[in-house]
Design a protein around this ligand. Structure first.
Ligand SMILES: Cc1cc2nc3c(=O)[nH]c(=O)nc-3n(C[C@H](O)[C@H](O)[C@H](O)COP(=O)(O)O)c2cc1C
Length: 356
């Protein structure tokens, strides 16, 4: 591949990205009672835009005050005060030449009651993950199986949060369908044992994602972006392949490709790792069945890995490298030898340390 592709522009719908590098969504757990992140956490995003990232994703914003939250200090985009707090940040990111996208999610069963105002946990089916909740130090509680009322309520949470993002001026919105959170819990046979129209066949398990995408797309103006994040792994029970088989995963990607979305963001542990027992990585397996723009993330840490990952995708996202190294984009450009950062190092994200 032409090695200059990484620093060439890319047309993402109506947006001309200045290069192929984006800041992956990163939860920071810094909000207080008002669900607004600390100012230095917001300013961090502006600094990454200033340092040449082409896309800046927000942390995952939780979609309601009932059951969506899974971690302390998460943010929301549902009140005028929250919208007003983000507005100047979004404008500053744009002024620095980057595209600002808000990610939103519902944690589903990866949560515990005390953390949600309504003290309620919901999921596709009333089953818990196998592992304990590392933050609460106890088993995850059995979630309520979602009723049709719950489904409608959750969809409305995504819609209202997307409206908040548009009011704050974001260039786009991402629906977080990855990492074993609520949408992923519906998609995966590992957590979805329903026997109604939301469970059973692949298409039925996809139905919840379909309804959210359709409802959200109606409140996103035509000129803005809608992306969908997906992964074959979850933050709990990490060893489990959420789709199990290549054919199953590709069927979901085919269904996604029919939706009014502008890109698929593919999250992996390691972009180069072979997937589903094949000799192809996740991006290659995804590319086989979609023409949508593809973002790839997972252990992209230097110029070589970024160029290699771009052979099978259009945009690379980095989390840990861009979290810990403010000069990462410039150093990638200079082909500097750079480290692969460990997960432990990223824990600084959840502290009161103001990152450079
Ligand atoms: C501190 C931290 C917070 C994260 N929060 C989110 C999040 O809110 N939403 C999300 O989709 N992924 C989240 N991730 C996962 C990253 O976006 C990314 O997929 C993962 O870290 C692998 O990329 P990397 O190897 O470049 O770090 C987070 C990762 C880190 C390190």
């Amino acid at each position: 591949m032409n090695e200059n592709v990484l620093f060439s522009s890319f047309q993402l719908k109506h947006y001309t990205l200045r290069n192929r590098i984006g800041v992956a969504p990163m939860t920071r757990m810094s909000s207080q009672h008002d669900s607004i992140p600390r100012q230095d956490v917001l300013d961090f995003l502006v600094r990454r835009a200033k340092k040449e990232a082409a896309i800046v994703y927000t942390e995952a914003i939780v979609t309601d005050y009932e059951s969506a939250q899974g971690y302390p200090g998460q943010a929301r985009m549902l009140t005028q005060r929250q919208i007003d707090a983000w507005g100047p940040v979004v404008r500053a990111i744009q002024k620095e030449g980057a595209v600002a996208i808000m990610q939103m999610f519902h944690c589903g069963r990866v949560s515990w009651p005390e953390i949600n105002p309504a003290k309620r946990i919901i999921s596709a089916s009333p089953f818990t993950p196998k592992q304990k909740n590392p933050l609460a130090g106890s088993p995850y509680p059995i979630p309520d199986e979602m009723s049709s009322f719950d489904v409608e309520h959750v969809i409305q949470g995504f819609v209202e949060t997307a409206k908040g993002a548009i009011a704050a001026g974001f260039d786009g919105v991402e629906i977080h369908g990855a990492h074993g959170y609520l949408i992923s819990q519906f998609l995966s046979p590992y957590s979805n044992q329903r026997t109604d129209g939301y469970g059973g066949s692949t298409e039925n398990r996809y139905h919840f994602a379909h309804e959210i995408i359709q409802a959200v797309s109606k409140v996103i103006p035509e000129e803005r972006l809608l992306t969908f994040r997906i992964s074959d792994w979850g933050v709990v029970d990490r060893e489990v392949s959420l789709f199990g088989k290549k054919a199953e995963y590709q069927e979901i990607i085919r269904l996604l490709s029919k939706e009014p979305i502008d890109a698929i963001s593919l999250s992996t542990y390691d972009y180069s790792r072979k997937a589903f027992g094949t000799d192809r990585n996740m991006a290659q397996v995804t590319r086989e069945v979609t023409d949508l723009p593809l973002m790839i993330c997972g252990k992209i840490y230097d110029r070589n890995s970024a160029e290699d990952a771009l052979k099978d995708a259009d945009i690379v996202l980095s989390a840990k490298s861009l979290l810990l190294n403010p000069n990462w984009v410039a150093e990638v450009r200079e082909r500097k030898a750079l480290p692969i950062h460990k997960s432990d190092e990223a824990n600084v994200a959840y502290t009161e340390t103001s990152l450079p």
